[in-house]
Design a protein around this ligand. Structure first.
Ligand code: FES
Length: 295
């Protein structure tokens, strides 16, 4: 008989197991490691930075291999071997960061991400075998395997690009939203209960309002990671936790406290006028701020 768990797609089952393993039963150090690998400290996905190491190094290895096959010089052979070694080190970092990122990727990019990862493991194995063959004086076979690995890596990089440009994985989902330039009323102050995350609309843009510990906070309501509805999240120690993948954003300034989100959640200025809550995008030049009037 087919159980409910077995009926789930393979990519989802693998992802859930990896996700559970990476959280290690909720250990604080596991969350810190995840934050580091996601790149919350960098403000960009760390994977995007590290993936350039194997791509660049292995491209150089192809170049040096071509020179070596034409010229037969030992320097070119040595340079190719070093490039492959550097690429292998970079691939280890790219694999670790990519795995952590993928554990929080939603469909339709999830399956593509799995294929991307499997292909990258294959390309890495081919380059590692190529290096071993070179050290065993089988340079010609090593060059063939490296070329094969490069072809696999190139196709995988194409999939990685598709994940970003087509499915917007790793892209700041709040970027480009039209926030009010001037103070705009969005809700009656009496309608906002304490500690109750509330969604209001400014034209097409959902805004989160929270009155917490006597302070009124406003930020973009859709999560910068995968557009999760923050108004359905929970308040934790002065932050809002996304209901989708548990990213946490400070209510004070929108900074990321826990990933997988890496992009700060845009905050808005607030004030109360004539019993209404008004919000606006913080001015770029603070010296031109509108003077607040007494409430
Ligand atoms: S949508 Fe993923 S953490 Fe919010």
């Amino acid at each position: 008989m087919t159980t409910q768990a077995q009926a789930k797609p393979l990519d989802e089952r693998i992802q859930k197991r990896i996700d559970a393993a990476l959280y290690a039963g909720g250990l604080p150090s596991a969350q810190k490691t995840r934050n580091f690998l996601n790149g919350t400290w960098l403000g960009e996905p760390l994977h995007v930075v590290l993936k350039d190491v194997p791509i660049g190094a292995w491209t150089m290895a192809m170049f040096f291999d071509a020179c070596d096959s034409i010229d037969g010089s030992r320097q070119f052979a040595f340079a190719a071997d070093v490039s492959i070694g550097i690429g292998l080190l970079g691939a280890a970092g790219a694999a670790a960061t990519g795995l952590v990122d993928w554990s929080d990727v939603d469909p339709p990019a999830r399956r593509m991400g799995l294929l991307h990862g499997v292909l990258n493991v294959g390309a890495t194995a081919l380059f590692a075998t190529s290096l071993a063959l070179r050290r065993n004086r089988a340079r010609k076979s090593g060059r063939i395997l490296a070329a094969l690995g490069y072809a696999v890596m190139t196709y995988s990089a194409h999939l990685g690009g598709k994940m970003v440009y087509k499915h917007r994985v790793g892209v700041d989902r709040t970027d480009g939203l039209a926030l009010p330039e001037n103070f705009t009323a969005v809700l009656s102050a009496s309608e906002l209960a304490d500690d109750q995350p509330t969604r209001v609309m400014h034209r097409e843009v959902p805004i989160l309002l929270v009155r917490h510990r006597g302070r009124l906070c406003a930020m973009v309501e859709t999560c910068s990671h995968f557009s999760g509805p923050l108004s359905e999240g929970r308040l934790v120690d002065g932050s809002i936790e996304c209901p989708y993948h548990a990213s946490r954003f400070s209510l004070e300034d929108g900074r990321v406290i826990n990933g997988p989100a890496v992009h700060r959640q845009p905050c808005l200025e607030t004030r109360i006028r004539d019993g209404k809550i008004e919000v606006r995008k913080p001015p770029l030049n603070p010296t031109h701020r509108e003077e607040p009037r007494a409430a």
